[in-house]
Design a binder for this molecule. Structure first.
Ligand code: SAM
Ligand code: SF4
Ligand code: F3S
Length: 474
């Protein structure tokens, strides 16, 4: 008879009385960060505790991203280091537990499957993006057979009640898996599969539970959240936001306590940004006044070749409508430079768009060819690396100048901040975000974490602002 998980853990060769430990290294986007929280939750249920370092762990997970080539290179150098650690353990050269199981999860795991074990035999198991819940079975299999185990099955499971969330104030809530958009440069549809939507009732229940557990902010996660539809009723994403907003208001009215203050969402595709979504962002009081709206390029030709289904002009019209309906809304984006065929004029169009929109912040990347994507099969990666780099630097300089100007305009104003952590710069300061997603640091102690405060902005830096709390926290 197969050993139970508890028996397997008890029978493992390790020091008596010592709880088994896990170490998770996470690469990539928020979806991966949340998936790591789900893995941590499963391991905790199995009796594991977090390790201080891989050297101290019995199980190491590398939760991978394959959005750019460099991410893959990093994985294999990480695995090389883990192989050495495993050999040292086996030869007794390293203190700590005798066993070390190494697993690769996430997007590269889904994409490469068995290929990872073939390339790096130190890997004991590989779990794909939709098979997270199989971790206990996979560990059991590896221990029983002594052979690597690979599971990349399509078993979408949105359950995340047991997730070990890293942040005590802000929680991620997955509302969908996958992406149907096939932007020509992007590997995500291959690594995360086609879109599958979580039912509205499940999402609302999870958010209610998070509120009762003390979380004050949730971020709804999906690669393209505004294409979400309720599988049972066909309700769209704006309807979901309204339903969440109403549910939060009802809970507050029922017990008189303020709980979830803000609902954020990531990521929205411009082609699915409807006037109705803008209306709901304007009217729903718990929906944060921030939109991350990746534009990728300001050149219509490049946008067409990227398969993005909008133009720079239509995008600018959306931004104008959003800003008119939601005063003070924060706006951020993603940009790619050096997509195949990008001329100086195309790049100039991107700079022009960035100057016209005046983003509060953005992420920018050099184009990286990904296997089997349309951009690779249809176009030649013809922008030299050096030119990609020069363009990226110029774009970032332009962005930083605009961001500094926008941050400077906040000085002297008052704003509401949700305090979420101790400041990275000074232990005497705390840090939080405005509804528009601006980072604000202020003098104050840890007791403020989880509270809303009104802050008068007194100074600004490149990526954040500094302020003074006025009035009482709530
Ligand atoms: N779903 C989101 C959207 O609609 O844009 C973004 C998801 S993707 C994981 C995050 C960002 O990575 C993209 O917005 C894009 O800017 C960048 N990215 C994706 N593939 C890339 C590639 N092959 N080379 C460079 N950057 C890439
Ligand atoms: Fe990738 Fe495009 Fe889907 Fe975003 S919308 S995940 S960029 S294919
Ligand atoms: Fe990377 Fe996968 Fe996210 S490729 S960006 S971890 S969806």
């Amino acid at each position: 008879m197969a050993e139970s998980i508890e028996e397997i853990i008890q029978n493992r060769p390790t020091e008596p009385g010592r709880s088994p430990r896990y170490w998770i290294k996470t690469y990539g986007c928020q979806m991966n960060v949340h998936d790591s929280e789900k893995y941590a939750g499963i391991l905790s249920e199995m009796g594991y505790v977090p390790a201080d370092a891989p050297e101290d762990a019995d199980v190491v997970l590398v939760n991978t991203c394959s959005v750019r080539e460099r991410a893959e290179d990093k994985l294999f150098s990480e695995l090389g280091r883990l192989r050495i650690l495993k050999e040292q353990r086996a030869q007794g050269e390293q203190s700590g537990p005798t066993e070390l199981l190494v697993g690769v999860t996430g997007c590269i795991a889904q994409q490469r499957g068995d290929g990872i074990v073939d390339k790096q035999p130190a890997v004991d198991f590989v779990i794909g993006t939709r098979a997270i819940q199989t971790l206990p079975d996979v560990l059991e299999d590896v221990r029983k057979t002594g052979q690597p185990c690979v599971n990349t099955a399509d078993l979408v499971d949105f359950e995340s009640n047991g997730a070990s969330r890293q942040d005590a104030v802000r929680a991620f809530v997955t509302i969908m898996e996958g992406c149907n958009n096939y932007c020509s440069f992007c590997i995500v549809p291959a690594t995360r599969g086609m879109e599958v939507y979580r039912p509205a009732d499940d999402i609302i229940d999870e958010i209610r539970g998070l509120g009762l557990r003390g979380f004050r902010e949730v971020t709804l996660l999906g690669q393209n959240v505004n294409s979400w539809v309720d599988p049972a009723t066909g309700m769209g994403f704006p309807g979901l936001l309204e339903a969440i907003d109403e549910s939060i208001a009802r809970t507050e009215a029922a017990d008189g306590e303020r709980r979830i203050e803000r609902v954020r969402f990531l990521t929205s595709h411009p082609k699915d940004l409807s006037p109705r979504l803008i209306e709901v962002m304007a009217s729903a009081s718990h929906v944060a006044k921030h939109l991350h709206l990746p534009v990728q390029s300001g050149s219509d030709q490049i946008l067409h070749n990227m398969n993005r289904h909008y133009t720079a002009t239509s995008y600018l019209a959306q931004v104008e409508a959003l800003r008119a309906a939601v005063p003070g809304v924060g706006l951020s984006t993603d940009l790619i430079v050096g997509f195949p065929g990008e001329t100086d004029a195309d790049f100039e169009a991107t700079l022009e768009l960035v100057r016209a929109v005046e983003y509060d912040s953005f992420y920018s990347f050099e184009y990286s060819p990904r296997p089997d994507t349309a951009a690779v099969t249809q176009y030649e990666d013809d922008v030299p690396d050096e030119l990609k780099r020069t363009r990226l630097i110029e774009l970032q300089k332009t962005g930083q100048y605009i961001q500094a100007q926008r941050n400077a305009a906040w000085v002297g104003k008052s704003t509401e901040v949700l305090v979420d952590s101790v400041s990275k710069r000074s232990e005497r300061d705390v840090s939080g975000r405005t509804s528009s997603n601006h980072i604000v640091n202020m003098s104050g102690d840890q007791a403020l974490i989880g509270h809303l405060v009104d802050v008068e902005i007194t100074a600004h830096a490149a990526h954040s602002m500094y302020g003074q709390i006025v009035g009482e926290p709530r």
